[in-house]
Design a binder for this molecule. Structure first.
Ligand code: COA
Length: 401
């Protein structure tokens, strides 16, 4: 049968590059100038002046910087909403030991929805309440997953600590050092939002169908998991662990590039210059790694950065130095992407609420390249030979994703 590959009028934009799919006033990624703004504030000012992650979460959600009293009230509310229902804890306990923390997180957030006091209430107030609880519960969930899988008791948050200190405390069971709290806080703040990245876009698509906020966040978690998005940070640490000596860097990268592999933690769809978050994460990585292993992991990372820039002309993205920062904070690599989710949750919530406010179903179109008007043969008349194989394609195209 002849193939009637009809060309539609419009061109397919692969990967939706350059397509403007939403209006937002939450954050702006200025890729040309290498700048990032949260609600109009430059990320360098935020990184330099913010007192804690809760302040940034408040800014993204409410739209203005809080006063001291507002921040304290917000922080207390978040801490008080962190509790994970016993049923969800039980569910985490029965999941297979082989499950990846990111998959457990996705399943647990879905389970949380059933026990939310505002379940079924998708009004602006209901969604806001559920959004606040998600901001509180997702970081706590990461620590609960970690503790359960190490047969350790689950710890409650300390109402006198900020979010960053509580996360480290609930993870490790000891009071974290000041430098570690500052690093955790910065990690959370720098990942809090980032324009219409893949997971945020996915969350907005789900919200645009008038689905609920938990469903939108689960969509986002599933999207963040992929190695081309938030899953890259875990792979960065795998790569660093494979490079035993700083002198092996060039050979290792050359061999990756020769095989057409991507260097994880490098490259970006929007940034044509250095990702502005790198400056802060690099400095933290350097300070934290100096405390451990005589700074070896930082030295290797920095050499990789310089070499990949020279060889490919691409810069590190947020996932590159966040790997060594998390490593130095004692977070195992299979939890890195889950920690990214714990940081990005205020952004996802803010975007879902923004989508809800001025919604129109997000529904693009595709260019059909199949056939038309094929003759339908009734089942009893079909011969055994078929043009369509029941076998899956021999290889998935994973490079051009
Ligand atoms: N390592 C090696 N080559 C890379 C690369 C990387 N990390 N990132 C991009 N490239 C190359 C591609 O191979 C391609 O080369 P080609 O034109 O010779 O085929 C070119 O740069 C453009 O890449 P493309 O995949 O079209 O860019 P994109 O905008 O679709 O992709 C990313 C952006 C982030 C998916 C991509 O840079 C990447 O895969 N990075 C590694 C994963 C990662 O760190 N993800 C976290 C993102 S925050």
């Amino acid at each position: 049968m002849t193939r009637l590959a009809r060309k539609e009028d419009s061109e397919v934009v692969r990967g939706l590059e350059g397509v403007v799919a939403a209006e937002t006033d939450i954050s702006f990624v200025d890729g040309v100038n290498g700048k990032l703004y949260y609600k109009g504030y430059n990320i360098h000012d935020i990184a330099g002046h913010t007192s804690c992650f809760a302040e940034v979460a408040y800014l993204l959600l409410v739209g203005k910087l809080p006063t001291e009293a507002e921040l304290e009230e917000f922080r207390r509310r978040i801490i008080s909403e962190m509790r994970i229902p016993a049923q969800v804890v039980k569910m985490i306990e029965i999941l297979p030991p082989s499950s990846h923390p990111m998959d457990i997180l996705r399943t647990s957030v879905s389970a949380l929805a059933h026990f939310d006091p505002e379940y079924g209430d998708n009004s602006p107030e209901g969604s806001f309440g559920k959004g606040i609880r998600l901001i509180a519960q997702i970081p706590q969930l990461v620590t609960v997953i970690y503790r359960i899988r190490r047969n350790k008791s689950i710890l409650s948050p300390d109402p006198n600590l900020n979010m960053a200190a509580n996360i480290l405390y609930m993870l490790h069971g000891t009071m974290p050092a000041e430098l570690h709290v500052r690093a955790m806080d910065m990690l959370l703040v720098l990942h809090a939002d980032h324009g219409l990245n893949a997971s945020t876009f996915a969350a907005r698509v789900t919200a645009s169908t008038w689905s609920d906020i938990h469903s939108a966040v689960i969509t986002a978690i599933g999207t963040l998991k992929g190695p081309l998005h938030g899953g890259a940070n875990e792979r960065v640490m795998n790569m660093l662990k494979n490079i035993k000596n700083i002198d092996e860097v060039e050979e290792y990268i050359n061999s990756m590039l020769a095989q057409g592999e991507r260097v994880m933690g490098f490259g970006h769809r929007i940034y044509k210059k250095e990702d502005p978050r790198t400056r802060h994460l690099r400095a933290l990585s350097r300070a934290l790694c100096a405390e451990r292993e005589n700074g070896k992991l930082y030295e290797i990372s920095h050499r990789i950065e310089n070499y990949v820039l020279k060889a490919k002309g691409i810069y590190p993205n947020v996932d590159f130095y966040s790997a060594t920062v998390q490593h130095a904070l004692g977070i195992p690599e299979d939890y890195y992407t889950a920690m990214f989710a714990a940081s990005r949750i205020p952004g996802w919530v803010a975007h879902v609420l923004e989508q809800n406010k001025d919604n129109r179903l997000i529904r693009p179109t595709s260019q059909y390249i199949g056939e038309y008007d094929k003759h339908f043969i009734p089942i009893g008349e079909r011969t055994t030979t078929s043009a369509v194989s029941s076998e899956p394609p021999s290889a998935f195209n994973r490079t051009g994703e």
